[in-house]
Design a protein around this ligand. Structure first.
Ligand code: KIV
Length: 276
């Protein structure tokens, strides 16, 4: 064995940026260590999304998610990631006030979780903040189109950028790319707009309901595994039905307990004899 342990290196935000126009970038959300371990080899980018508020904590939206929640789950995910690039979402209220506020909180996320980059929502009005963070050493992923933290202003989780509004969303993505974002999430846009933005900006686009023309795709892991049954957006493909499998397993366990079929002799410990 070597005296210096092998140090595995993660993909960097620069590696992700270099994938523009190349092999599509696979991204999923993760919120826990075991799930992070399961996706580390398959995914290029792992996002600790503030969707954890709804998916894990039963909140009605992402608006109640705090820095402490993002740090707790960010740390957990970082323990499970060796290869993928790790990004943590900045929660609502942690960056909008000023570039200085964004810097303070982004630095906390990076220092306290071990993530390599942060993601924040918003277009042209956030470009100055993105530039401020990037110039101070914090890689940033942008997020335009449907920005869930603005659900009250947007009047719901509707498709964005239809018709003339497309030019605004395209300008948002362009502004973030020019400000130095290493990638930009495009959420819930017409396919044609997703493709047009992808062709027009230097940063890779990561689509979620923005069509196959994006440079990569992101989904919420619980959605693809059938674990979050509250609501299934049209843009999700379900690859497994683990929620139903878990429900059936739990019901079998409870029946076994009530029928005294569990525990069985092999689950018990003798008073003397073989050590446990
Ligand atoms: O919070 C989240 O999970 C996200 C995406 C899925 C893009 O922002």
């Amino acid at each position: 064995m070597s005296a210096t342990p092998e140090r595995r290196t993660r993909l960097t935000p620069g590696d992700i940026r270099a994938r523009k126009g190349g092999a599509p970038i696979a991204c999923l959300t993760a919120y826990t260590t075991p799930m992070a371990r399961l996706m580390d080899r398959a995914c290029d980018l792992v996002l600790v999304g503030d969707s954890l508020g709804m998916v894990l904590h039963g909140l009605p939206s992402t608006l109640g998610v705090t820095m402490e929640m993002m740090i707790l789950h960010g740390r957990a995910v970082a323990r499970g990631i060796e290869r993928a690039c790790l990004v943590v979402d900045m929660p609502f209220g942690s960056y909008e006030e000023s570039p200085e506020q964004a810097m303070r909180n982004a630095a906390r996320l990076v220092a306290e979780t071990g993530c390599q980059a942060v993601k924040l929502e918003g277009g042209q009005h956030m470009a100055g903040t993105v530039r401020f963070l990037v110039e101070r050493g914090i890689p940033v992923m942008g997020h335009v189109g449907l920005t869930p933290q603005s659900v009250n202003a947007l009047g719901g989780y509707k498709v964005q950028g239809r018709g003339e509004d497309g030019a605004r969303v395209a300008a948002d993505a362009q502004a973030l790319s020019e400000a130095g974002a290493f990638a930009v999430v495009l959420e819930k846009l017409p396919e044609s707009l997703g493709a047009r933005i992808t062709e027009g900006i230097a940063a890779p686009t990561i689509g979620i309901g923005a069509g196959a023309g994006c440079d990569g795709q992101v989904l919420v892991v619980d959605d693809i595994l059938g674990l979050f049954a509250d609501f299934q957006p049209k843009f999700v493909r379900r690859y497994a039905d683990l929620g139903r499998a878990a429900e059936a397993a739990i019901a079998s366990y409870a029946e076994d307990v009530r029928a005294r079929r569990f525990p069985a002799p092999e689950h018990g410990f003798a008073d003397q004899g073989k050590p446990a």
